[in-house]
Design a binder for this molecule. Structure first.
Ligand SMILES: Cc1cc2nc3c(=O)[nH]c(=O)nc-3n(C[C@H](O)[C@H](O)[C@H](O)COP(=O)(O)OP(=O)(O)OC[C@H]3O[C@@H](n4cnc5c(N)ncnc54)[C@H](O)[C@@H]3O)c2cc1C
Ligand code: FES
Length: 288
């Protein structure tokens, strides 16, 4: 493959309008650190100067599995954090199968071949002043860069997003793996934690808390990522409250560059490819 992955810019059979505008890079990345956040979940920090400089909130990287010839297919992981200055990116990886287990075991100095940044990320309305993010489990990962961008904009321009709230949910306190990072970014009263078992925050589901919050306060934009039923419920709540909503959808991916159609998403007006037309979609356009 050439330095720039091919087949990315065209819309193909699925319509060009929402296809990601950027051409992803192929970059050989070095593992700088690989730290366990919780059982089966790690924070991988990679030296990836060009991807770090180009990534937008909500985009992902498509990683080759180092020294695992039995699995030639890449694995998609959202870019959790990026620092263009140091040229590094961070990924939160949950072990669910052989590929992700292998990534959790990657030692510092291992080289991982990445295509990225891939996909169409979040696009909050430019004038959105009050934003609600809803993250379920590991699904909070692609929301961090969005939260960082919105809160940074607040600091520089009072005309744009004035308040960013996050409902962060997980099964239990141990599974709230991204909480500390968000806590450093958001006002304490804007970080709402829920756990299914009540071991931290409010006992209950993210959807129940988001329902309550949307009834208490006005928001201009909702962004959500997590289990599919959670996102469908948040999309319904946003529609009921007349709030623009985007969702980040997960699909199994093969090529990651729009060519194989293995990542199809059913939309109200046809089919889209999660890898290049998404993974972020307008919630009201998805055929739930
Ligand atoms: C755009 C995108 C962003 C993602 N971001 C993250 C992230 O930040 N952190 C993270 O931990 N995971 C993320 N994932 C999911 C991750 O890609 C899969 O868990 C991984 O590819 C599984 O590979 P494996 O070899 O370990 O598992 P496999 O052995 O291939 O599969 C194990 C199990 O996981 C399911 N699975 C595999 N791939 C997917 C998928 N893409 N979507 C849903 N279920 C899947 C399989 O059906 C099976 O039940 C993301 C997926 C997408 C599409
Ligand atoms: S993964 Fe091949 S088209 Fe999306």
């Amino acid at each position: 493959m050439s330095e720039h992955a091919d087949g990315f810019a065209g819309g193909g059979a699925h319509g060009p309008a929402r296809t990601a505008p950027l051409t992803p890079l192929l970059e050989s990345c070095t593992v700088l650190a690989n730290d366990m956040l919780a059982p089966g979940v790690a924070l991988l920090r990679l030296a990836a100067a060009r991807i770090a400089g180009a990534v937008r909130p909500g985009q992902f990287v498509h990683l080759a599995l180092p020294a695992l010839e039995a699995h030639p297919l890449r694995r998609p992981l959202s870019v959790f954090c990026a620092d263009a200055e140091s040229g590094s990116i961070e990924l939160v990886c949950q072990a669910v199968g052989e590929g992700t287990r292998h990534l959790l075991a990657a030692a510092p100095q291992t080289t991982i071949d990445c295509i990225g940044p891939v996909g169409r990320g979040w696009s909050p309305p430019p004038a959105a002043r009050r934003v609600l993010l809803v993250g379920g489990g590991i699904g909070a990962a692609p929301l961090y860069l969005l939260a960082r961008e919105l809160t940074t904009r607040v600091a520089h321009d009072s005309r744009v997003a004035s308040e960013v709230h996050l409902v962060l949910g997980a099964q239990s306190a141990r599974a709230l793996v991204c909480k500390e990072a968000f806590a450093r970014l958001l006002a304490p009263d804007a970080l709402h934690v829920t756990t299914d078992d009540g071991s931290e925050g409010v006992k209950g589901l993210t959807t129940e808390f988001a329902d309550w919050l949307l009834a208490q306060q006005c928001f201009d934009y909702v962004a959500t990522c997590g289990p599919a039923p959670m996102m469908a419920a948040i999309a319904r709540l946003a529609a009921q409250n007349n709030v623009a909503c985007e969702v980040s959808l997960e699909r199994r991916m093969a090529c990651g560059i729009g060519a194989c159609l293995s990542c199809n998403v059913d939309m109200r007006d046809g089919v889209r490819r999660a890898c290049v037309d998404g993974p972020v979609f307008d919630a009201q356009e998805v055929s739930w």
